[in-house]
Design a protein around this ligand. Structure first.
Ligand SMILES: [Zn+2]
Length: 291
């Protein structure tokens, strides 16, 4: 023991944890995972994350709209999100970003005459325009959340999937004003360097333990000591030997062990470096340290 790790990306508000959350958090503490950041994916989810942060001293909240929820939430989320962002245990805004991997069902099945996000499509051109509307809505929601982060002096937790260039295009103007962490990073060392050169960070999940994840290990070995954090993204992405099961925050220790292995350093060194990075990235001091 002796290490102090932070699970910088967990979804403790998901129903997967509703039956045994206290045991889950106790197991994390026993494994040296002393702080857990619960990430909101919509207004209701963000509210639940804040409620969990109020209930557990070592749980903190990040509030935001996940890019795949933008269609459902619409673009009038700002007043509710602004209110949540004022909570002293909200340590960043997110998860926000751009995701073109998960195409909404209604867009996939879009036919002429379908109304999509109030856009009346009439032909194939209309279908393409509806796709633009979907992409623009994600970019707008992303920008609104980056603006909110700047307003509150907070950083942003970023979800990017199949949208590398568009994500960086939205984020680039914010360099020097808002920092982002590209969570669940699966890119190359060059992409990690591009992120770093713009002032941002990456974080690694249990994927680093997967057999086919050589690239993640290569990137984890290459990033500078102050350029990464560790996370679980639980309940998803449980590391080996729990792969396929429910992930939980104590797995952060396994992720950190894998990062240590990739970098050829000790778990203690990874814990110290990644926790120090998280300490400066997230606004824990808004509410003071909870032991
Ligand atoms: Zn997530």
């Amino acid at each position: 023991m002796g290490v102090e790790l932070i699970d910088t990306h967990a979804h403790l508000d998901y129903p997967d944890f509703s039956q045994d959350l206290e045991a889950v958090i106790a197991r994390a503490s026993d494994a040296g995972v002393t702080r857990i950041i619960s990430i909101g994916t919509g207004i209701e989810s963000s509210r639940r994350a804040v409620a969990l942060a109020e209930r557990f001293p070592n749980v903190y909240a990040v509030v935001g709209i996940h890019p795949t929820n933008v269609t459902e939430e619409g673009l009038d989320f700002l007043p509710a999100l602004r209110e949540l962002a004022q909570h002293p245990k909200v340590v960043a805004i997110g998860e926000t970003g751009i995701d073109y991997h998960h195409v909404p069902e209604e867009l996939k099945s879009l036919t002429p005459q379908t109304d999509y996000l109030q856009f009346q499509t009439t032909d194939d051109t209309g279908r393409l325009l509806a796709e633009d509307v979907w992409k623009n809505a994600q970019a707008d929601a992303f920008r609104m959340q980056l603006d909110l982060a700047e307003e509150f002096g907070l950083n942003a937790v970023i979800h990017q999937r199949s949208a590398w260039h568009d994500t960086l295009a939205v984020l680039s103007p914010y360099t020097g004003r808002v920092r982002g962490v590209f969570h669940c990073f699966g890119g190359t060392p060059e992409e990690a360097e591009e992120v770093r050169s713009l002032g941002h960070l990456v974080s690694f999940t249990g994927i680093i333990s997967f057999k086919n994840a050589d690239q993640v290990r290569v990137t984890a070995a290459a990033v500078p000591a102050d350029g990464y954090m560790v996370e679980t993204d639980c309940p998803y992405l449980a590391p080996v030997p729990y792969r396929g099961k429910r992930a939980e925050p104590f797995h952060t220790r396994i992720v950190a062990e894998q990062v240590a292995l990739a970098r050829g350093i000790t778990l203690e060194e990874v814990a110290a470096a990644s926790s120090q990075t998280a300490e400066t990235f997230f606004r824990f001091q808004r509410s003071g340290r909870a032991s």
